[in-house]
Design a protein around this ligand. Sequence first.
Ligand code: ADP
Ligand code: MG
Ligand code: MG
Length: 251
Amino acid sequence: MALLEIRNLHVNVEGAEILKGLDLTIEPGKVHAIMGPNGGGKSTLAKALVGDDAYEITQGEVLFNGQDLLEMDPEERAREGVFLGFQYPVEIPGVSNTYFLKAAVNAMRKHRGEGEIDAMEFLELVRERAKRVKLDETLLQRPVNEGFSGGEKKRNEIFHMSVLEPQLGILDETDSGLDIDALRTVSEGVNAMRSEDRSFLVITHYQRLLDYIVPDVVHVLMDGRIVKTGGKELAKELESKGYEGIDEAAA
Ligand code: ADP
Ligand code: MG
Ligand code: MG
């Protein structure tokens, strides 16, 4: 069974149709990249998948592990194992990074019928994962993302993902604004999580990230639809030729 199956998804934002019949299937263990020109609807897809209520689904269906994802509220989707960086408020005043994560980890455990995580075990997990993405330990006690630099927020996003261990990790433009060292670290954090039953949807405008997170499948999203699908070489082709001509060729 596919991990994620999107069929004929139509999404309106502020009354305008942005996704216009998008189809996408992701098998367990696969990394799919979505590329495409600005304004094509990439972030809209990410937001619709996590249940942001500004994004109105007008048609289509989304199955996650065979279950109707669109029926679930955002918290349920997170507990089921769908993760999007920044699906939570960008800054959470007064709530420390570790406190927030502990609550999220325990919500996921409860959902699986498990008890709360042991305090020491949690501390070790958090330290190990922070080290993995080279997140400064002082950021663990600070309120979530408050006063974090752009790069620290991105690292924190990958840090959260590696603590929460979702089944589907959605990364929307995680590479934007990162210098090459940070890009490498963040990518290593993602690559360390790749496994047979975990999948990723990596949204990026640029090919560069995909040198580090090598995708199994690359899609081009333009004007609300997937217009082309290929292997990792498609990303290189887009880098040299651009998006012009892709939609005509696909049509
Ligand atoms: P991409 O991520 O591919 O650059 P987006 O999904 O962000 O594209 O945007 C697609 C279109 O939807 C754009 O025309 C954008 O202006 C519009 N849009 C997206 N989100 C909103 C929103 N919250 N309010 C109004 N318009 C939006
Ligand atoms: Mg349609
Ligand atoms: Mg976007």
